[in-house]
Design a binder for this molecule. Structure first.
Ligand code: FES
Length: 97
């Protein structure tokens, strides 16, 4: 186990039929995992919306706030009838793809 990669060790522990094997993240790995989970990514979807993955607060024009988890699609074509969210209208609007 000492020469194995972290992924292989985790896989071996998770596949242990008796459940006798366990693992614990080091403090550094735990911090790294928390930092990764805290990151929000924005991906430009060619010909479509921005795909926002992570935890975000969407503040509407009236100041109301909505917490979103997971992935949301934000309109970047200007054609959505449900801004700031994509409603699929980009398929009918010409914009920089
Ligand atoms: S990007 Fe989908 S409606 Fe604008």
């Amino acid at each position: 186990m000492q020469a194995a990669s972290t992924e292989k060790i985790i896989k071996a522990v998770n596949n242990c039929p008796s459940g006798a094997l366990t693992y614990k993240w080091s403090v550094e790995m735990e911090e790294e995992k928390q930092n990764e989970q805290a990151l929000t990514t924005i991906k430009v979807n060619a010909g479509g919306p921005y795909l926002v993955k992570g935890s975000v607060v969407v503040v509407d024009k009236d100041g109301s706030e909505t917490i979103k988890e997971g992935t949301i699609a934000l309109c970047r074509c200007g054609g959505s009838q449900n801004k700031p969210y994509c409603d699929g209208s980009h398929t009918n609007v010409e914009f920089d793809k």
